[in-house]
Design a protein around this ligand. Structure first.
Ligand code: SF4
Length: 482
């Protein structure tokens, strides 16, 4: 089962393919457990931030000796970590809770939809307990109320230092903060997840180091607003390895760059100080990849959205970034059909997109999420008009994507292998984030492993993916990305 979620709170990283939104996973459980006989099933829905929350809860459960099992039948209780942004995500979450209740009967709910307890109780009054997002301790407390902590078991010592991970071994999400201080009018994430709270920089860097030591080769930095990191603590100086480090995106990137693995930035809000990380990308210290949700280009719509950025200035900024770092790949998300968007506004957006030549672009039709200020700003756009704009937008985005990928044919790129299949292997280059961007399909005969880095010769491109053959092995550092 996968769940589609539009999570504009995180300015959802869905990229190039139309009709696909960020999808994460699920499982009644992860089969991680070998504990003491007290068994919990776990279902994780939604965005990477939710996935990280799930990892933390699962780590704590395993630390306390609970067994995590992968069937409803075998579980003494099931936890559903929900997504609650747009209507389809809410519905999927409610359906999943219903399924867990039917199949098991003892269900705890947490995550974004948990912030709307009444809505859940109305449909599922039998749920045992409900908590909101990133309420790790409260989830554990509720678990203890229904399933007493198991006796300490030496098997818990088998939990790795980096905790339970739900991503493949070679990449991991690094969540640097919770919440958001912005108030984009289409978004209810601040209401669900609260204001910005940055994690101490020493703690973030410790986690990054542990992940690297566990074999992670690619860190995906996530938050609601990565460029705001440290604003809430006035960028105070923390410590790592005995050295002072400011709680700030640039300084964080500098330290992560020293770890010698791929570092990819997601959810970067277009503040001016984003300029500071571009030289690091040009030098190959962090991946030349920016996930920066622009959302629109019409000044009127951006203002109504309460988003920053005059579109012209953003174009200049992009041009400057590319001059400094020609390899830079920019991915972004946009909303069409925002209340009050006129054909002229939309045309401005299309023109802007043509000029910006973004590599990876996702688009969402405006969804009137309950509680979003934008719903009352102007009349909602008619569905047919919205669909028409969506199709026109995606057609332009797809053409640009195809042209930009075509330019890679004949080059060599360093790629990381994500999966092996009967026909070969599926890999990604620096230009693509897992799950949300395109792929590099490797054909031919070769002997590679998941997580291995190799150099590939790009032979063919379509609108979203590249097709290549492996030319040589390479497990070294991240230089020469192009
Ligand atoms: S309010 Fe914050 S979380 Fe929501 S879209 Fe704006 S920046 Fe993202």
């Amino acid at each position: 089962m996968t769940v589609e979620t539009f999570d504009p709170g995180n300015d959802t990283p869905k990229a190039v393919q139309p009709n696909t939104t960020h999808a994460t996973k699920v499982a009644p459980a992860m089969g991680q457990g070998r504990g003491t006989g007290t068994r919990i099933g776990f279902i994780s829905l939604g965005c990477p931030k939710n996935l990280v929350d799930s990892e933390r809860i699962l780590t704590q459960l395993r630390t306390e000796g609970y067994d995590v099992v992968n069937s409803y039948d075998g579980a003494d209780l099931v936890i559903v970590n929900t997504c609650g942004f747009i209507d389809s995500a809410v519905q999927e979450s409610l359906d999943t809770i219903g399924e867990a209740l039917n199949e098991n009967g003892k269900v705890l709910v947490t995550g974004c939809l948990g912030a709307k307890e009444d809505e859940i109780r109305e449909v599922h009054p039998k749920v045992l307990g409900i908590t909101g997002p990133h309420a790790y301790e409260m989830v554990l407390e509720q678990v203890h109320n229904h399933l007493p902590k198991p006796e300490h078991d030496p098997l818990t010592a088998l939990i790795p230092d980096h905790g339970v991970k739900l991503t493949p071994r070679h990449y991991a999400y690094l969540k640097i903060s919770e919440g958001c201080n912005n108030r984009c009018t289409f978004c209810i994430i601040p209401a669900l997840r609260g204001d910005l709270v940055s994690r101490p920089i020493g703690e973030v860097l410790d986690e990054a180091k542990r992940l690297k030591e566990a074999g992670v080769k690619e860190l995906l930095v996530i938050s609601q607003d990565t460029s705001a990191y440290g604003l809430d603590v006035k960028h105070k100086t923390g410590f790592w390895n005995g050295m002072p480090v400011k709680t700030r995106m640039t300084e964080l990137c500098e330290k992560l760059a020293e770890m010698g693995i791929w570092v990819r930035l997601h959810y970067v809000y277009p503040y001016p100080h984003v300029d500071e990380v571009i030289p690091m990308m040009a030098e190959g210290k962090i991946l030349p990849y920016l996930d920066i949700p622009f959302q629109h280009a019409s000044p009127k719509v951006l203002k109504a959205m309460k988003r920053p950025g005059k579109a012209e200035r953003t174009l200049e900024q992009i041009k400057k970034w590319r001059e400094i770092c020609p390899d830079l790949v920019i991915r972004s998300t946009f909303i069409v059909g925002f209340p009050g968007e006129t054909e002229e506004d939309f045309q401005l957006l299309l023109d802007w997109l043509e000029q910006a030549q973004l590599d990876r672009v996702g688009c969402f039709k405006y969804s009137p999420v309950e509680g979003a200020v934008a719903n009352d700003l102007a009349e909602l756009i008619d569905d047919e008009i919205m669909e028409d704009r969506y199709q026109r937008f995606m057609a332009v985005a797809a053409r640009i994507s195809a042209e930009r990928l075509q330019a890679r044919v004949g080059t060599e790129m360093r790629v990381i292998v994500d999966e092996l299949n009967d026909e070969g292997a599926v890999a990604r280059a620096y230009s693509d984030a897992p799950e949300i961007d395109g792929k590099v399909i490797l054909g031919g005969e070769f002997d590679v492993e998941v997580g291995q880095m190799v150099w590939a010769s790009i032979e063919f491109a379509n609108e979203y993916d590249l097709y290549a053959t492996i030319v040589r092995d390479d497990n070294d550092e991240i230089e020469d990305l192009g």
